[in-house]
Structure formats: C-alpha cells, structure tokens
Design a protein around this ligand. Structure first.
Ligand SMILES: NC(=O)C1=CN([C@@H]2O[C@H](COP(=O)(O)OP(=O)(O)OC[C@H]3O[C@@H](n4cnc5c(N)ncnc54)[C@H](O)[C@@H]3O)[C@@H](O)[C@H]2O)[C@@H](O)CC1
Ligand SMILES: Nc1ncnc2c1ncn2[C@@H]1O[C@H](COP(=O)(O)OP(=O)(O)O)[C@@H](O)[C@H]1O
Ligand SMILES: [K+]
Length: 509
C-alpha cells in the first residue's frame, strides 16, 4: 500500500474523477464506508454529533449524518465553517440533508449550547478539515471548540484525518482533534505516521472507496508482512562462511553493553561468524561476558585498521557505544573504501558527520541508522527543520550520497535511493514497533540485526527492511508479554527467534 502526501492524494482524486467516477459519487462512497464502520461499532441508541466543515471532508460527514438519520439513529450536525464557502458537493449534500430532515446548527462560538451538544454526545464524528488543510492557525473559536471536543467523553471518529493534523508531516496547525478512531480514505497520508500524527490518529482503519493508487507516482510504501522481503532459504549444502562474517567495532569504557547487544543480535539474526572489536582497555571484561559463539578481539587507536585487515569480513558495523574520545575518521574512511557493506550507527554517525564528504566515495553499500537527533547533526539542520520536512530532506540525503538510510522513530522509515533523483527514492514506512522500545540499547540491537541479515543477502536494502520489521515485531511480542514499561532491549533479542519464525510462516516458506 502506498503512503501519500496530501498533494498526491488530491492528484489521485482528480485522476479518478477524470477516469469516470463522479466526485459526488466518490463522496457518497466515502460517506458510506465511514458510516458502515461507525454503525457497526456503535450502540443503536448512541447520540451522534457530526462536526462538518465547509469543504469536501464536511461533505463526507454530511453523508454519514444522513445515513445515520435514515437508520433512525439519534444524530445532529454542527457546521463548523462558513456555508458561503461550501464546495459544490457539500452544497448539494446540504440540500439533501435539509430535505431528509437531519437536525443541524451552525457553530459560531463555544457557548452553553454547543458545550451541551458536545457533552451530550456519545459519538463525535470529526469531518471539519481533511486533506485540504492549509498550514495556518485555526480561528480561535475553532481552536477552542477542538479543545473542548478533545476533553469530551465521547468516542471520536475522524474522517480521513483528524482535523488540524497536517497530512504532509504529522505536525498540527497548533491544535487538532485527538481521535479515538480515524477512518482513512483510501491511502494513509505521510503525516499519519510521523511526529504527533500517530497519537492524534487513535486506531486507524483504511477504507477502500475506489480511488486507484496507480494515479500517483508516490514511491512511499507501507512495510508490513506482505511487503517485507522474503527470508533466504538455507541450502543443505552450506556452511558458516555462506552466511557471512561480520566484524563489529563497538563498545568503549562505560558503554560495553552496546557491543554486547549488537553482537548478540547479529548472531541471532543468522550471521555465520561474528567478531567484535573492542578497545584494549575493555577487552577482558567484554570477552568475559560475550556469548560463547562470538569472537572478541582488542584494538588500539594505532592498530585498528591493520587488525581489521587480518580478519576477513563480509560486512562491517561501526558505531554502537564507541564514544567520542578516540578518533575514528581513518577507520571509517577505510571501511567505506573496502567495498564491503558497512552499517554506521550511533557514535559512528557522530564521527562520520565530521567527514561527511567521504560518503561520496564509498565503494560498497552503506546503511546509516540515525535517529532524528543523529540525522540532524549529519545534515546540519535544526530539529524544527527536520520536523517540518524530514521526508524530503532524507530523500535528498539518500539520493545525494547513494546510501540506504534507516531513519528511526515510532514508524522507522527506510530510504532506498533509485538513481540520483530524490523524488524516485523509495521510502518504506515500518508498521511494527511500539514506544516500549524507547529504551537504552534497542538501537544497538537493530544495528546488529541489520548486519546479521546483510551478511546473508546480496540486497542490502532487503537487510535494512527486514531488519527494521523484525526488530519492531520482536518489540511488539515483548510488549505483549511484559508491557511497554518493563520492556528492555535484551527482550528484543529473546523474541527474535519467534519473530523470525512468524515472518517465515507469513512468507509461506
Ligand atoms: N474527490 C475528492 O476530492 C474526494 C474528497 N474526499 C474528502 O474531501 C476531503 C478533502 O476536501 P477539500 O479539499 O475540500 O478540503 P477540506 O474539506 O479538508 O477543507 C478545505 C476547507 O477548509 C478550509 N481550511 C483549510 N485549512 C484551514 C485552516 N488551517 N484553518 C481553517 N480552515 C481551513 C479551506 O478554506 C476550505 O474551505 C478529504 O479529506 C476527504 O474527506 C472524499 O469525499 C473522497 C473524494
Ligand atoms: N516511541 C517509539 N516507538 C517505536 N519504536 C521506538 C520508539 N522509540 C524508539 N524506538 C525504536 O527503538 C530504537 C532506538 O534506537 P536508538 O535511539 O538508537 O537507541 P539506543 O541508542 O539507546 O540504542 C529504534 O529502532 C527506534 O525505532
Ligand atoms: K477530519
């Protein structure tokens, strides 16, 4: 399934209409689909209040209200928006609403009357603003209304997108409806998956109203159990060298766990051989704690490259817990010139940010796994610039440097460049994972998983996609068992076998 921007959604609407489905009919379908869900999930005597804007989102809301009324449900409409600004289809539906006899009123101020309407409602349908939202503050009376609605006890259904939430980036225009359920018309919008989007969305359901995604060239897609790459089948006639030898440069005094976790995760993800390189000063203690299967080797600032040269590796990791005291610029340069796949994470990204231009000269595949803060440092942008426009900036970065970018967050995105045009960059939005994973070490484990998979496939993008998906799935399984609060990074490693098995089953192998 494609993820779209509001502009791409509008283009899909336009094309669908141009190809023969009348816009009035589309609105009718959208309203019917929304009504069906609300009707199914709501007690027949529930008092329903539909908030309708003047645009087409409000038109969908009017259809819902009419259908509720026809089913003899207690329903009324509060128009939030100027009727002089009705779109043609909203106007048409308004006439039909009046003919049907649905009770309605117009909102001006949050007075006793409107407060009572909201207080009395069991269900509130939010059809004030949809895909046509512009990035400007709400009028103060509408902002006050939204705030009051958000405090109500009613179950809130947002049509298409919670009003006030920006479909382009998941920021609000200052205030937005906080929905319990969002009934998404046809395709998820980018902003539903980023920043505040998921918290305002509540539980989403995507409704098929007959708009075809062939009408957009969006390269943004949902990464779910249907779209994850398949796991490679192990041949009977194979040995450990067929599954890659990963060299991991990780850990430093005070952060030994990072190397332990990424190495253990790498091993669990199927790498044939894992060697972990640590500074001499922590060698003994790391070696004593490392799983038996993993080799641990010491290095110093001076001999690190010559040491690594002696060990034949098919993939490298640099970064988890290496700290900022030692200098790693030369090592990073050497690694990305080897032509072998390299995963750069955490403090490795810090060191990389000082020598970013070397990325232009990489010989083999590079996977970078920054969280938002690390990405901002790498791109020299502010947090606000990131929030406003992260999808565009990250596509440009991936295309410019020809690297696979794993941009971590609630819905981690994997950017896979396709040529040097950022618009052609594939962006995969992961669907697994939960806030319980916001805990020290979970990023180190992701890096280990990706590296383990990287050593087994010739398609680095598959390692990134599958790694992110499995990491999140392990997190969901761990949250199911322990709850989000008590979830620790090590639980992700414990759940890896189960998540591998589940995806294998889904892949029908
Ligand atoms: N053919 C189509 O375009 C279809 C559209 N559909 C519905 O139509 C919606 C999009 O409709 P529209 O393009 O009319 O847009 P909206 O209904 O989202 O709203 C546009 C209206 O809101 C006002 N507005 C925008 N930003 C504002 C802000 N920040 N503060 C206050 N007012 C603001 C505009 O002035 C305009 O009057 C979708 O979300 C979906 O619900 C569906 O019926 C399916 C088909
Ligand atoms: N709120 C959240 N919901 C889902 N996943 C999250 C959330 N917060 C963090 N994660 C995931 O946990 C990992 C954290 O990585 P990172 O920030 O590098 O942590 P650390 O450096 O402690 O290992 C990432 O994979 C990220 O996607
Ligand atoms: K809405």
């Amino acid at each position: 399934m494609k993820v779209v921007t509001p502009a791409e959604m509008s283009e899909m609407d336009r094309q669908t209409i141009a190809h023969g489905i009348a816009d009035y009919e589309l609105m009718e379908r959208a309203g019917h689909c929304c009504f069906d869900v609300i009707d199914r999930e709501t007690a027949s005597d529930a008092k329903i209040l539909v908030l309708c804007g003047a645009g087409n989102n409000g038109g969908d809301g009017q259809v819902v209200a009419r259908l509720c009324f026809n089913q003899r449900r207690p329903v009324q409409v509060l128009f939030v928006g100027n009727p002089d600004h009705f779109t043609p289809n909203s106007e048409r539906n308004f006439k039909r609403l009046q003919d049907t006899g649905v009770p309605y009123a117009f909102f001006t101020e949050l007075d006793d009357n409107t407060e009572r309407m909201i207080r009395d409602a069991d269900v509130i349908v939010d059809a004030v603003l949809g895909n046509g939202l512009k990035n400007r503050p709400l009028y103060p009376n509408v902002a006050a209304l939204f705030e009051y609605v958000n405090q109500s006890k009613a179950v809130i259904y947002a049509i298409d997108i919670p009003s006030g939430l920006r479909g382009s980036n998941g920021l609000t225009v200052g205030q937005a409806i906080r929905a319990d359920r969002t009934l998404i018309i046809q395709n998820p919008k980018v902003g539903m998956l980023l920043e505040d989007g998921p918290d305002f969305l509540g539980e989403p359901t995507v409704l098929d109203v007959g708009i075809s995604e062939q009408y957009t060239d969006s390269q943004k897609k949902v990464l779910d159990d249907e779209s994850i790459p398949k796991l490679a089948k192990r041949l009977k006639n194979s040995n450990k060298y067929d599954y890659g030898a990963v060299s991991i440069v990780a850990g430093s005094r005070g952060m030994i766990g990072a190397g332990l976790m990424s190495s253990a995760a790498c091993l669990r993800s199927g790498a044939g051989l894992v060697t972990t390189w640590v500074p001499e000063s922590i060698y003994e203690i790391v070696a004593a704690q490392m799983p038996w299967e993993i080799m641990v080797k010491p290095y110093t600032q001076d001999n690190v490259i010559s040491q690594l040269k002696q060990q034949k590796a098919t993939a490298y990791v640099i970064g988890p817990g290496i700290g900022r005291k030692m200098l790693y610029a030369d090592l990073i340069k050497w690694l990305i010139e080897t032509g072998k796949p390299v995963v750069i994470d955490a403090d490795g990204l810090y060191h990389l940010s000082k020598i970013k231009s070397v990325l232009s000269e990489h010989a083999g595949p590079i996977i970078l796994t920054p969280h938002a803060g690390e990405f901002c440092r790498l791109c020299e942008i502010t947090k606000d610039e990131y929030k406003e426009n992260s999808t565009q900036i990250a596509s440009e970065f991936a295309a410019k440097y020809q690297v696979i970018l794993v941009l971590k967050g609630y819905r981690t995105r994997i950017f896979v460049p396709r040529g040097d045009d950022p618009a052609q960059c594939e962006i995969w939005f992961n669907t697994t994972g939960n806030p319980g994973m916001a805990t020290a070490g979970s990023g180190d484990i992701l890096t280990g998983i990706i590296a383990g998979l990287l050593s087994q496939t010739s398609r680095p993008e598959d390692a990134a996609k599958l790694g992110v998906y499995l990491h999140g799935l392990s997190g969901d399984m761990a949250a199911e068992q322990f709850g989000e609060c008590a979830l620790n990074a090590m639980h992700l490693i414990d759940k890896l076998p189960e998540s591998f098995k589940t995806t294998k089953r889904n892949a029908n192998e």
